[in-house]
Write a protein that binds this ligand. Structure first.
Ligand code: DCP
Ligand code: MG
Length: 600
């Protein structure tokens, strides 16, 4: 973005997206981030100097441990092709060379060449905004077959340098070049130059490379001299520390826009070195896993051994499209996905039990809906039957993305440990008032519920921070639909909560206790959506099971309605009541999850 008039770009993007659904969604997200920042600031204000000192000591122990894991024996290279899709299109049509062009359409751009980037045009920008920024912009429609075929050629070269190279996408990969350097008595710089030349000779594409003792730093390095360049951090602790000391935290994979803002605004952390300086506060305010991650970033320590290849856990495909709300159109998309996925399952000889439907609505809300079958499926027809049920339950809908995933393949028995929602309900319902606890079968890894009385300040702080007094993490994120529920009770006590969601927590700050899905804590939006999903699912099922959310005859359900209708005004429906959906046999129909989600 050097030389780009950033102010102009920001102004144009703001003016052209103002009032759009995307813009409204961004505003909602912004409000949540602000809420999170305020919450963390108030947590921070509660800390005494001695609290911080104690946390610093704990962080110092972690740092000592991390240092023992520092490995300077391997040489990693990260390679990333330059303006990949755009470069392929230019090779196929040389008249595009030197002219600003983008791959994509008016609704979204996949990438732009470097000439267009000078105007501020970039990936994931709507094409109509790109046109305003660069009126001469040429659009080319994407052709994924072409990109896959070029990627295969590039991978042939990668294979010669590291047969176990780790491909991260069509245009990037990590290679362990230690053996190349040793056996051919070449420096890492020479190996990188040779590899880049060979990629160019074979395909006509340029790429950039980064070399470092671990993958985290190598990835940052490949961006330093992009395009068509390389950058090396030698295998030496001092060199690594010097490189990360002034490195902006945002350059690190895993630190996105939201984490960057939280670290900046709450802790005044902007470069990696600050993560070590602020280790006491970081340890006090973040989970153990996040603290470990931030400290290893500050020390420049990343993965240096080739990960053992795990058997595939799932197979999926998804499509982004311009808004579709017509039922036929939505089911046609689903059929297309089922067809595609069935072919891939067939080619990999896989069959799975769990089908997951991912939906991104026109208002940019992402939802996932799953069902686990008692038998294996792989045929298009089977996928379609079950996925259609999931889609049907969501109608009416207006979508811009749909995805389909199959998981729990033959041989994967992890789903057997999962309790179904029905089981939770049966235990919960037998408790009547919802005051009893449900203990999960998986035992010690499941942390205790957070119903314990909080007596002192540090315990309160830990509790708010998602940590139990024993240091384990339990609380689900703040600012979620569930939070409204927890905090909205008259007594303010978590004891009034219904049993299902009292039991929902992030095991080891990673895994959802209800469905075992793993979502790291820094993926905050995804976590929030996941919690909201379980909560809506609970309400939907309860309603379908015959509980009356309105009559107030069931204690728990009365609470449900009261608390949902507080911060999420109109949650139950914009008309202020739930439709009494009765089918032709006089049975209550399952309400769309939308009924519980619709916001004013
Ligand atoms: N891509 C996409 N949508 C995005 C980002 C990328 O479809 N939001 C596609 C198009 C890119 C390709 O993936 O060409 C590789 O992504 P990169 O982030 O590596 O971007 P480029 O290779 O285009 O550019 P760079 O030179 O910055 O690597
Ligand atoms: Mg690239």
């Amino acid at each position: 973005m050097d030389g780009v008039d950033k102010e102009k770009v920001q102004r144009v993007v703001y003016e052209m997206s103002k009032g759009s659904k995307y813009f409204e969604n961004e505003k909602r997200r912004e409000a949540l981030v602000m809420q999170k920042i305020q919450h963390m600031k108030s947590q921070s204000a509660l800390l005494t100097d001695s609290d911080v000192k104690n946390h610093e000591k704990a962080a110092d122990i972690k740092i000592k441990n991390l240092e023992t894991q520092r490995d300077l024996s391997r040489i990693w290279m990260h390679v990333d092709l330059d303006a990949f899709y755009a470069a392929v299109e230019t090779l196929e049509n040389p008249t595009l060379a030197g002219k600003p062009m983008a791959v994509g359409g008016m609704s979204m751009i996949c990438t732009a060449n470097y000439e267009a980037r000078k105007f501020g045009v970039r990936a994931a920008m709507p094409g109509f905004i790109a046109c305003r920024l660069c009126p001469d912009l040429i659009f080319v429609s994407p052709n994924f077959e072409k990109y896959t075929s070029y990627s295969e050629k590039v991978r042939q070269v990668f294979h010669d340098y590291d047969p176990n190279f780790l491909a991260r996408s069509l245009d990037e990969a990590y290679l362990d070049i230690t053996d190349q350097c040793l056996s051919r008595n070449m420096s890492s710089e020479e190996v990188a130059e040779e590899l880049r030349r060979r990629v160019y000779d074979l395909t006509g594409l340029t790429c950039s490379a980064g070399v470092a003792p671990n993958r985290m730093i190598a990835k940052v390095c490949s961006d330093v001299n992009k395009p068509n360049g390389q950058f090396i951090v030698p295998n030496d602790r001092a060199a690594v520390m010097a490189f990360v000391s002034s490195l902006p935290i945002r350059k690190i994979g895993g630190i996105g826009k939201v984490t960057e803002r939280i670290l900046k605004e709450v802790l005044s952390v902007s470069v990696c070195e600050d993560l070590i300086d602020k280790r006491g506060l970081i340890s006090a305010l973040f989970s153990s896993i996040s603290t470990d991650f931030f400290l290893s970033v500050g020390l420049g320590i990343g993965g240096s051994t080739t990960p053992v290849e795990e058997p595939r856990k799932s197979l999926s495909c998804e499509r982004t499209f311009s808004e579709i709300s017509h039922e036929d159109g939505l089911f046609a998309k689903l059929e297309e996905l089922a067809d595609n996925l069935a072919r891939e399952l067939e080619s990999e000889e896989l069959q799975g039990r769990t089908i997951t439907l991912k939906l991104k609505t026109a208002t940019f809300e992402v939802r996932t809906r799953s069902l686990t079958l008692p038998f294996l499926v792989c045929r298009k027809e089977d996928l379609l039957i079950h996925a259609s049920k999931l889609l049907k339950a969501e109608l009416p809908l207006s979508l811009r993305l749909m995805g389909l995933r199959v998981s729990h393949f033959q041989g994967d028995s992890s789903f057997l440990n999962q309790r179904t929602l029905a089981e939770y309900f049966s235990v919960g319902n037998s408790a009547g008032s919802g005051s009893s606890e449900i203990s999960l079968a998986s035992g010690s890894s499941v942390v205790p519920s957070f119903t314990a009385e909080v007596s002192d300040k540090s315990a309160e702080l830990s509790q708010k921070n998602g940590k139990n007094t024993d240091g384990t993490n339990s609380k689900i994120r703040d600012g979620t639909l569930v939070d409204c529920f927890f905090q909205g009770t008259d007594s303010g006590s978590a004891l009034d909560c219904p049993p299902l969601l009292k039991e929902m927590r992030w095991i080891d700050d990673l895994q959802c206790s209800l469905c075992k899905l793993e979502i790291p804590s820094f993926l905050e939006t995804e976590r929030q959506e996941h919690v909201d999903f379980h909560f809506a699912e609970l309400l939907q099922r309860r309603y379908a099971d015959g509980f009356d959310l309105e009559a107030g005859s069931q204690g728990v359900e009365t609470q449900t309605r009261r608390h949902l209708s507080q911060p999420y005004k109109g949650t139950l429906s914009k008309r202020g009541h739930i439709d009494r959906a009765i089918d032709s046999k006089g049975k209550r129909k399952c309400l769309s999850i939308d009924a519980f989600f619709s916001k004013d």
